[in-house]
Design a protein around this ligand. Sequence first.
Ligand SMILES: [Zn+2]
Ligand SMILES: [Zn+2]
Length: 153
Amino acid sequence: MSSVELEYSGGCQCGAVRYKIAGPLGKASVCHCRMCQKAFGNLAAPLVGVPLTRFRWTRGKPGEFRSSAPVARGFCAHCGTPLYLLEDGDPNIELAICTLDNPNASPPTSQVGIEGKVDWADGLAQLPGRSTNDDNPLAAAGRYHSLQHPDND
Ligand SMILES: [Zn+2]
Ligand SMILES: [Zn+2]
């Protein structure tokens, strides 16, 4: 998988909203601004620009919240997954990278909104790590099953 794939797909956690992109993907960045932190409920927002002419919704329609005069933020109205931001008149939609079925397809190449960066952001890579199943006794007992939509249509 790489940035030269012809078509990309993605969607929200529950699968009510799905999309497709005719490649290639555009410029990817991580935004640390306070608005993206709130909209994503996260330390930052990884976003990739895609021309609207090559983007289409294939299932459902997102809800929208206007976070500022020119900017709408889209999310799944059913499960709440943040999906995009779109500035009025911008020919590119900024998609949440990790809603792609292959989030590794679009590695960010810059950081923006760094005035909002949380103090602990740069230390994350140095923290000790464990896999999900290490902390999930249900999985260990074979009694865990995901209700998340799979990473394909
Ligand atoms: Zn959803
Ligand atoms: Zn931002």
